[in-house]
Structures are given as structure tokens and as C-alpha cells.
Ligand binder design. Sequence first.
Ligand code: PMP
Length: 357
Amino acid sequence: MRSVFNFSAGPSMLPEEVLASVGADMLNYNGTQMSVAEMSHRSKPYEEINAEAESLIRELMEIPENYSVIFVQGGASMQFEAVPLNLLSGSSRADYIVTGQFAEKAYKEAQKFGDIACAASSKDKNFTYIPKNISFRENLDYVHMTTNNTIFGTRCSKVPATAAPIVADASSNIMGEYIDVSKFGVIYAGAQKNIGPAGVTVVIVRNDLTDKAVPACPTMLKWQTQIKEKSLYNTPPCFSTYMAMLVFRWLKKQGGVKTIQKINEAKARMLYDLIDNSKFYGNTVAAEDRSIMNVPFVTPSPELDEKFVAEASKAGLKTLKGHRLVGGMRASIYNAMPLEGVTKLAEFMKKFETENR
Ligand code: PMP
């Protein structure tokens, strides 16, 4: 057992069991006497990894048959461009819900490609809430939303009502809580929080949306290119996909997404209860919109925040500094963060409060 807990927002902690098995496989994966890092992506062992990763994510997320799943490169940020290029061939209009910095980036990127509007934004209150009862324009190619806002610690628990296909950036809560895939047209996510190391990005696309790309869409950004080739059109991020497969096996062993969601809710509750019952710590997010993945909080002063981060690090509680747009601290408590790590953080918070009040 390692003696530190890493609260990084991503890349973030991975299950120790997965890391140990990567170590054991490093010189000899499955009797091949090769590492997956040096294996052809056209080899049988890699094709098996690619197929198992897909079949496990389908099972774990209960992805309906009429959706395709691809593993691509470029991060969630590349999907900010891929989304409009793959979908804007109809009315060339899309609405965006701007609930954080990444949502804003996605919105700005899309503006290069069509008639893009902001349907609602929570920027007026530094993204501390999720806008409700949003009205959208008519005849849209899609609506874009972010299901969990990593920096601000908010989550969108209700899917907005619209006739247009909904595209979701689920980078920071995919597989950490249940998502009803059938309510979405497209879901995409960078891997480096709940899925595995950085380098692989998951895109889940409803099949009727795979032929809507604008003519200028580059081959490598077109979802159809990788769908046709089962994510093997070009050299994929082999090692990251292999580690994602191991994380999926681990998650299945933990009981799957709905089971880990309960644990994640208990972890988040422990921190929010402590914050709410204290006059020392604060969190400004609207209670009903609080993320169960990213918990931002502050002490009474920036000086104490700095002291908190330094002393927590010495106590083995790492990477707790908040994002510069929010300040204070942020505890990212994705799937691989055990209850024990959050309990240790809560104990540390109580001790720090007593010593510095
Ligand atoms: N969307 C969200 C919600 C994020 O948290 C991040 C940061 N990981 C991104 C998009 C950008 O992801 P990437 O660094 O994989 O491009």
C-alpha cells in the first residue's frame, strides 16, 4: 500500500491493483515476452485488448446497441473541434450551455464552424451553479453541455429538455456516476480521471449521428473514420487503452458504475458535511449542483489556504491546491480514491481547523 493519497483533478490516482498488474506485465504481457508499449496495434494480443476495452465499457456504462464507441487521441479538447465538424451539416446551428471554463472553450471553438449560441451561462456567479429551465433555439443540429465541471465543482444532474441531440463532455464524471447514455446523442471524455492515464479519449456516438460531418471535416477528426476501423485507422494510444481496459476490469470487480457511485456519494458527503458543519471551511456551490467528483473549499484566508496545502502534502495528502480560477483547495475524489483517503483528508481538515481557528 502506498502511503500517499493524490487528490489531483487529472491525471489522477489509478487503482493500485491496476498499477501492480501493469508492472507485472511490463516485460512479458500475457506470455508474449513483449510489453504492450512495444506491440504492433495490428497484433492479435492488441486487437484483443482493443476489443475487450470496448466490450467492458459497453457493459459497464450499459451503452445501447445503436451507439458506437471509439478510442481516439487528442483529449477532450480535440472533441471541442470534432463535435461541430461532425454534426453541423444540417442547420449549421447549435446551442451551448456554458457552465465552466471547458464548456466555454468548447463554445468558442464551435463558433468557428457555424451559427453557435450560448443558451445559458453561469459565468455571472463564477460558475457556482447550473442554469435551469433553459430555452433553446429551434432546428438545432445539437445542444452541448458539460456533465461535471472539474474546476468549479458543479454537476448537471438533469438532462435539459430539447428535441436536439445532446452532446455531453463527461470528462470528469464518466463512469464515476451512472449516465443514461440513451438520453444523449454523443458523450465524450478524456481518460485521465476515471478511466486511465492521459492519451486516450472515449467517444460514444449514436449511430444516426455518424453521417452528419461537414465536407471539410478532416479525416482524423471524423468519428466515422475510427468507427469503421474499430479505432484502428491509425496507430492508437495503445498503452493508454490497455490500461483503461485494466481499469474497466477493476471497476467491474468493484461491482460496476452504480456501486462505485454509492461509494463516491459517501466520499463526497463526508467532505460536504464537514464543510457545512464548520464555520472555518466554505464552499460556494449551490447545494443541489455540487459535484461528487471535485470538491472545492476554502479556509478563512488565502494565507491559511496555502498553509493547508503545504501541511496536507506533508501528511501524505497530495495535490490539494485549488484551480487558479477558484483559489483555495480542491479535492478530486474519482473512482480510484479509496474511502480511506477521504477519511484521512476529513481527519486532517478537523485537526487543521482546531489548530488554526
Ligand atoms: N472537459 C473537462 C470537463 C475537463 O475537466 C477537461 C480537463 N481534463 C477537459 C475537458 C480537457 O481535457 P483534455 O485535457 O483531455 O483535452
